[in-house]
Design a protein. Sequence first.
Length: 380
Amino acid sequence: MKTVYFDNAATTPIREEVVNRMSEVMRLNFGNPSSTHSYGRQSKSLIESSRKRIASHFNVLASEIVFTSGGTEADNLVLRSAVRDLGVTEIISSKIEHHAILHTIDELVKDYNVSIKYVDIDTNGAINMSHLETLLESENKQLVSLMHVNNEIGNKLELKSVALLCKKHNALFHSDTVQSVGHYKLDLQDIPIDYLAASAHKFHGPKGVGFVFLRKNSGLRASIFGGEQERGLRAGTESIHNIVGLDEALNLSYQNLETESAYIKDLKSYFISELKTLSSKITCNGQSGDLDNSTYTLVNVCLPIAPEKAGLLQFQLDLKGIACSKGSACQSGSSQNSHVLTEILEDDHLNRPSVRFSFSCFNTKEEIDYVVEVLKGFID
């Protein structure tokens, strides 16, 4: 059976070079990096070399990079410590953030009675900058948390504009950049962001490792306690092979960024044009159909499919070997729709099946042709 993997926004296949490098480290560098003997020092040296190279991609200090288990832990560390340790009493976010943000905010409301304000978004999911500035006109200690690239609809936030606006109003700014690190270059000397979260498995690295960027003298404190690893900000023996794998994957992503991003953008453009030949009623959710204002890595489409067919769509795509993600739960039997699509779509579109297709440098136009041919059998 032919198989097509179009779910790269969920996770990406690991590059062979990354697997080889990680395997080498697991074989040769098993020492505990906290140990003072030669085995430990070798492991520690690998971690610090990786930290330094990762920092160089963002034009920041190595000491501003803290390794975590991934983006979710990074987001939790920032949000919880900002409220607990920095005296933040008001968080500004949006209702289309990742659940790593939204659910953490819910817990902070329960635990610390922090105030939450949600910035307005338009029907395409774009942040209303005027409303954001209005929300920032407050005497309270504020933290803004807005993602750079939306994981469902691909909208890109004007990261620098938001950062400058926050700086103007003395608010802290955190961004979940899990969908953009490795796919976009971010100069954090030019973009005055305070905190940033990333995860290796979104750019062809291993799962279970990521990092948080914490601006120097951030004042944040640990949420996981134990040893003094990561300068006391994240206790626990470091996963050396995963950290080295993250470093290798990120380095390869940025080395190949120009050619691979152009290739993937062409795939996305081709996919959208081929879908439009099936039906003029196929629409792109959010800004995902806009090649300039959305990430080049994904498109979220609303399909004109009859209810009796919609219920079987995800199942049938899987049977045909096609891996993708539902953008709306209508077709899956789940009791909940996508919280992102619920915020931006009218009922007539929300009641149709929406599917997110996300691409990588390992995909081909032949795979797109196959997916379009399969979808043809469902379109009304």
